[in-house]
Design a protein around this ligand. Structure first.
Ligand code: ADP
Ligand code: MG
Length: 370
């Protein structure tokens, strides 16, 4: 009977009954029947959109079941992740909550696999059936889930290395997976075996999603804030954003986390971290900081609209012309959209052509030929 599937903890009963509707129970019975799950042991987390259970496979392996709730109410918030996401084109039936939730669970599985194959530490996805995602259990000892970064008991000497690790993760997700996590924070990172494990990736978007840069900036800000609060010297929002979104760091081979880590260290030594919003105010020794011009840069960057493609740029021709006149250094998006390359290819071309052409013509048109 259905009692078999109810988890041990009676206090969770109300929540369980809410999420374990008859259809979900049927899915779980089938998982038991197929030998994916042996028994469900306890509730690890009850959330707005999903509950997570600890379970054991017939081989005695510890697994996690993330059971997405099928109530319609939780989907309102999700629209902004779906709009513009090509993987949802034609597949997102707002009228059918079970179908929608299935897409979320499937998307989480795909995102986990993509991150896993790119070498990001995530729980390995085992399978998804409708609203039930089965994955490896990330546990401290066998029974206890590893703490979220927020709750982890970190020793002061490991924090700087974890900061570098988090920048590597952001870079790997963006550059190697072509994704943006979009809910990246100390709540969705587990501290496991001294390292950071990424979870909760159902809302992660393709990097060409129209709002990808807004999500990425928020993700980076959360990481920066968390580590700045713990006294780590960080790169600041803008430099981290540039590093994460930059073209490949090494020319002749696949870049690795070690390359990214080396670059983070180099940047940290290059100049002091700009005082971003989290670092502002009092410094660690209690002295008032000097007014830092880069602090206002950080604030501007934190607010600025970052276009994802050249199509979204308000006036491309104006901006390209500015870059060509050497005035474009404050263009926040220049590196991202190729506008900055206008300068480079322009220089190369004029050098190549013996510089006798003044190229005062229609430069924007010249660029769009590239
Ligand atoms: P949501 O935030 O949408 O409720 P999450 O995927 O963040 O869902 O999971 C909620 C919590 O469940 C996490 O904070 C973590 O404590 C726990 N959890 C999730 N996945 C795992 C896993 N694979 N192994 C261990 N614990 C997990
Ligand atoms: Mg979460």
């Amino acid at each position: 009977g259905s009692e078999k599937i109810l988890v041990k903890d009676k206090s969770d009963r109300a929540t369980n009954e809410q999420v374990l509707d008859p259809r979900t129970r049927l899915i779980l019975f089938k998982m038991i029947g197929r030998g994916v799950v042996e028994r469900i042991d306890g509730c690890v987390s009850t959330g707005k959109e999903a509950n997570v259970y600890h379970a054991i496979s017939p081989e005695g392996k510890h697994i996690a079941l993330k059971i997405f709730k099928t109530s319609i109410l939780v989907f309102k918030d999700r629209d902004r992740y779906v709009t513009g996401e090509f993987r949802f084109k034609g597949g997102y039936a707002r009228s059918n909550p079970r179908k929608m939730v299935r897409l979320w669970a499937e998307k989480e599985l795909r995102n986990l696999r993509r991150m896993h194959s790119a070498g990001v530490s995530v729980p390995e996805a085992i399978e998804v059936r409708e609203n039930v995602l089965v994955m490896d259990f990330v546990g401290q000892d066998e029974w206890q889930a590893s703490p979220r970064l927020k709750d982890a008991d970190l020793s002061p000497d490991e924090v700087p290395a974890l900061y570098i690790e988090i920048v590597c993760i952001l870079r790997a997700i963006f550059f190697r997976c072509r994704l943006v996590h979009a809910d990246f924070s100390e709540y969705n990172i587990l501290y496991h075996d001294g390292h950071l494990w990424v979870i909760d990736v159902s809302q992660s978007v393709e990097h060409e999603h129209p709002a990808a840069f807004d999500f990425l900036r928020a993700d980076i800000q959360n990481a920066e804030d968390f580590f700045a609060r713990r006294g780590v010297q960080t790169l600041g929002l803008r430099r981290t954003f540039n590093l994460v979104t930059r073209d490949k760091l090494v020319a002749d081979r696949e870049e690795t986390d070690a390359d990214v880590a080396a670059e983070v260290r180099r940047l940290l030594e290059e100049e002091p971290a700009p005082a971003d919003t989290a670092n502002q105010g009092q410094s660690a020794d209690g002295q008032q900081k000097q007014a830092d011009p880069s602090a206002s840069d950080e604030a501007v960057f934190a607010q600025a609209y970052i276009p994802r493609t050249l199509d979204q740029v308000y006036d491309v021709e104006r901006d390209v012309a500015r870059v060509l006149r050497g005035e474009g250094s404050d263009l926040i998006y220049a590196d991202l959209t190729g506008v900055a390359n206008a300068q480079k290819s322009h220089d190369e071309r004029t050098a190549h052509e013996g510089a006798q052409e003044a190229s005062t013509g229609d430069q924007a048109e010249e660029i769009s030929d590239d």
